[in-house]
Design a protein around this ligand. Structure first.
Ligand code: SF4
Ligand code: SF4
Length: 359
């Protein structure tokens, strides 16, 4: 196996291991730490938002991991090299691409602040003196705070990737892969986004298309495949079973697996990867269904993880909450459920059919 192409090898073997930082997540110290930790843990791909500062932070984490390579391997880490860097884009309104906000001057003084408690990213707090608010960089748009506000003060602000911004990112930054978030209702919008990406496709090592379920999903995916063919790189269908919900409970795994099965059964050319709804239960469930290969790697002990993460502080500044570091685990270990909604390793269905081009 070529060292450079180990992510491709993982795809072919059905052991693809991707960290999804969140399309809207912009907490730079956390992204650096996550990129570092997951690179040491042997991630094949790190998926971040289409933001220059975020991409730079992820690259810094990956570079820091390279410096720790020898020591990490000696301690049993499964470091395999630099993972592919993937950037997430959207063709229209999508919950992954939004931020919550509210005017705290309107909040009743006796409100017990359920918004603060429910936020899984610790994005809602008294960030400015006595002013409660959403820290934009941490909010990843999950929407949990919206229904709990008794005064219905919380709203969201959505954004859509623009062709000019995409072209500029692809031109200036070394990005290995792109993930496009779309949905059946965006049939008219996808071609617009694709027109901006297509000229840069030769530079990509991988394209992923993320889509939630819909009665007409399979027909839509066939339509997309026709539109993007011929593709000069591998393709992943990322099945967004229950978007941004993995930390809610065991049941979300069912939605994640169900949608992946539906897409697998359609036998579309390309690989199928589970997304929304995956959590700590997903791998064991997939294994019990015979749908996942064995990882076959030896995990370092938690104490070794902490040791290396401590050393990494000398390489990159980590200003985020210390708890974030503790929340990071390596492949195969339990991910802290308070944070598993976003930056966690995603298991992959082994492709039933080999990747083919042009249908
Ligand atoms: S609950 Fe979700 S949408 Fe609301 S502030 Fe937190 S991360 Fe953002
Ligand atoms: S739940 Fe609503 S009213 Fe209460 S503190 Fe949060 S935003 Fe303000």
């Amino acid at each position: 196996m070529s060292h450079l192409y180990y992510p491709l090898h993982s795809l072919k073997e059905g052991n693809w291991f991707k960290l999804i930082c969140g399309a809207s997540f912009q907490d730079l110290p956390a992204i650096r730490s996550l990129a570092l930790a997951y690179t040491l843990a042997g991630a094949d791909c790190i998926d971040v938002g289409a933001d220059r500062a975020v991409i730079t932070a992820a690259k810094e984490g990956i570079a820091a991991a390279r410096i720790l390579e020898r020591e990490a391997k000696a301690k049993g880490f499964t470091y395999k090299g630099s993972p592919w860097l993937m950037v997430s884009l959207n063709d229209g309104e999508d919950p992954h691409f939004r931020k919550a906000e509210f005017d705290s001057t309107q909040c009743p003084s006796d409100c017990p602040r359920p918004c603060e408690t429910i936020c899984p990213a610790d994005a809602i707090a008294f960030w400015e003196m006595d002013k409660l608010g959403v820290l934009d960089s941490r909010c990843y748009g999950c929407g949990r705070c919206l229904p709990v506000c008794p005064s219905q003060l919380i709203v969201t602000r959505s954004y859509v990737s623009t062709p000019n911004a995409i072209a500029s990112l692809l031109q200036d930054l070394e990005i290995d892969a792109i993930e496009i978030h779309t949905k059946v209702e965006h049939r008219e919008d996808f071609p617009r986004l694709w027109k901006a990406i297509a000229p840069w496709c030769d530079r990509l090592k991988l394209l992923a298309i993320s889509c939630p379920d819909h009665p007409e999903l399979i027909d839509y995916l066939h339509y997309l495949y026709e539109l993007i063919s011929p593709l000069p790189c591998p393709l992943i269908w990322q099945t967004d079973g229950r978007p941004m919900s993995g930390d809610i409970g065991k049941g979300t795994t069912k939605a994640a697996i169900g949608l992946a099965q539906k897409v697998l059964d359609a036998r579309l050319p390309g690989y199928v990867q589970l997304a929304g709804g995956t959590n700590f239960h997903t791998v064991s469930k997939l294994r019990s269904m015979g749908l996942l290969g064995t990882f076959g790697v030896q995990n370092p002990s938690p104490s070794q993880n902490v040791d290396l993460l401590q050393k990494s502080k000398n390489l990159i500044p980590i200003k985020g909450k210390p708890s974030l570091e503790k929340r990071v685990r390596v492949k195969g270990e339990k991910i802290d459920e308070n944070f598993s909604h976003s930056p966690y390793p995603f298991p992959l269905y082994p492709p039933r059919s080999p990747l083919t081009k042009g249908g």
